[in-house]
Ligand binder design. Structure first.
Ligand SMILES: [Zn+2]
Length: 211
């Protein structure tokens, strides 16, 4: 008997043995159990994965929502800026100085670590410039001098307002052609802080944030 015959016989006897009915049903029962087990296992894993994904999605949504509703660390600066601007509209140097002092304190009080990374970079790049103009305004009661500093304060503050969401309300960036300078306002109506009552309605809105 050569090797070929031996193998043929072997495979015939194996297939005979395998084809006996009882073996076949044991095999199929076993196979269906394994398949069932695999299916249950797979379903459990998928259920857990689904729960995990749902949980992560909920956590992310909550995080985004929390960031949205939390007032920005820099929002007090905007309110303080508007106070300075309103004092200048009334040509009230003493009030302008007092509010510039508040603005200066608010700049110093910002918790930089609480800011988002991009907000932090923008604020750090403008912090000293904002403080410089606010300090000069707070130390002077000469309204002409205050208005000089208010022009650069406004230009720098607008850079901040553009990069960082300080408010949900509209911010109007308004240009005074006489002074060749800008200011920020919560109203679209023109009330010029550079000339006060002399030229109260001179100026035009050039850009609006949060339209
Ligand atoms: Zn000065």
């Amino acid at each position: 008997m050569n090797d070929g015959d031996r193998q043929r016989r072997l495979s015939v006897s194996q297939s005979k043995a395998f084809r006996s009915d009882s073996d076949c049903s044991i095999y199929s029962t076993w196979l269906s159990r394994v398949l069932n087990y695999c299916l249950t296992f797979y379903q459990n894993i998928m259920k857990k994965l689904f729960l995990l994904v749902a949980f992560i999605a909920a956590a992310i949504t909550q995080q985004l929502f929390a960031q949205d509703t939390k007032p920005n660390e820099l929002t007090p600066l905007l309110n303080s800026y508007y106070d300075i601007k309103n004092a200048l509209i009334k040509s009230n140097g003493a009030d302008a100085a007092a509010h510039a002092g508040e603005f200066l304190k608010a700049v110093a009080a910002v918790d930089i670590k609480a800011l988002a990374a991009t907000d932090m970079n923008t604020f750090i790049s403008l912090q000293d410039k904002l403080a410089f103009d606010a300090r000069h305004m707070s130390e002077s009661k000469d309204i002409a001098h205050q208005r000089e500093h208010f022009a650069t304060l406004s230009a720098n503050f607008f850079k901040l307002a553009k990069a960082v969401k300080l408010t949900d309300k509209a911010v109007y960036y308004t240009y005074c052609p006489m002074k060749k300078s800008y200011w920020l306002s919560a109203d679209a109506g023109i009330r010029n802080p550079y000339f006060g009552s002399q030229m109260l309605t001179c100026g035009k809105v050039t850009e609006t944030l949060n339209k």
